[in-house]
Design a binder for this molecule. Structure first.
Ligand SMILES: C[S@@+](CC[C@H](N)C(=O)[O-])C[C@H]1O[C@@H](n2cnc3c(N)ncnc32)[C@H](O)[C@@H]1O
Length: 254
């Protein structure tokens, strides 16, 4: 973990992909798991990168109990091996990588996935985290599921889960096209990545988005002119999960 001290108190870091921030008396300590991002951030704020220990108490994860999500899923800790009849078991991976199964945005995505036909489909899971959505896609019959994540730890954990994943951005796949695209990332990241969705998804394909709040939905949908919204749910504190169909190619020709 890396830390950059910024000599101001601030809550909004715009589109910087920070991992966390702590407000101190006269400065803010901003944390990054990615040293390259930390270096760019430090340069932008005329500061320097320091090594940091960010202590997080994960003992609560030992108390996890299995839970039903939607009509098809059973999210369970490693100790709980059996799923009720008719439900697919997805293991809750302990640790700091996003995708343990606890978060409303993951659950929203899983619920939306129930409405899509995955049989024989090729799936790309952008921002795979623990790989939980790729595994779910395979359980629903996808023949191929590939995940990517900017975080090294995430790609490793997804591979340990048994899904195909790489560390890096989606544009590392220059010519690929998929039938279904799964993207659970924060709202501002959707705005940045929107042109990628048209490029990665074949016309007629299905886009499942999650990770943003209802107040961000209009802007995100405006950034997706070639897509038509099919369905949407709200979970928890206004988290949106939605299905779109790719009606027209929005990929750039240059
Ligand atoms: C909210 S988590 C979702 C994890 C998992 N897919 C789930 O639904 O639980 C978002 C993940 O996307 C990754 N991420 C954020 N921006 C990304 C980008 N531009 N390209 C690839 N991965 C990204 C983060 O590192 C994080 O692991």
């Amino acid at each position: 973990m890396f830390m950059v001290r910024v000599a101001e108190i601030r809550e909004d870091w715009g589109s910087w992909p920070i991992d966390g921030a702590e407000e101190k008396e006269t400065s803010t300590w901003v944390y990054f798991s990615n040293p390259v991002v930390a270096k760019s951030f430090a340069k932008a704020f005329s500061s320097k990168v320091e090594k940091a220990v960010w202590e997080v108490d994960l003992s609560y994860q030992q108390e996890w109990t299995a839970k039903a999500v939607g009509t098809k899923w059973w999210l369970a800790p490693a100790s709980d091996r059996e799923a009720p009849a008719g439900r697919f078991r997805l293991e809750m991976s302990p640790g700091l990588v996003f995708g343990t199964g606890e978060h409303e945005t993951t659950c929203g995505c899983l619920e939306m996935m129930e409405l899509v036909d995955f049989a024989g489909k090729r799936v790309f899971d952008l921002g795979t985290g623990t790989g939980i959505l790729s595994e779910a896609a395979q359980k629903l019959g996808a023949t191929l599921a590939i995940g990517c994540d900017l975080e090294w730890d995430a790609a490793v954990m997804a591979q340990q889960r048994g899904v195909t994943a790489y560390q890096g951005p989606s544009f590392a796949l220059p010519d690929a096209q998929f039938d279904v695209l799964l993207v659970n990332v924060p709202g501002y990241v959707h705005l940045d990545l929107a042109p990628e969705y048209g490029r990665l998804l074949q016309v007629g394909g299905t886009l499942i988005l999650s990770g943003y709040y209802s107040w961000q939905a209009e802007r995100i949908e405006e950034a997706l002119p070639g897509f038509a919204k099919q369905s949407q749910i709200l979970r928890g504190d206004g988290w949106v999960a939605a299905i779109f169909s790719h009606a027209a190619s929005t990929a750039s020709s240059d």
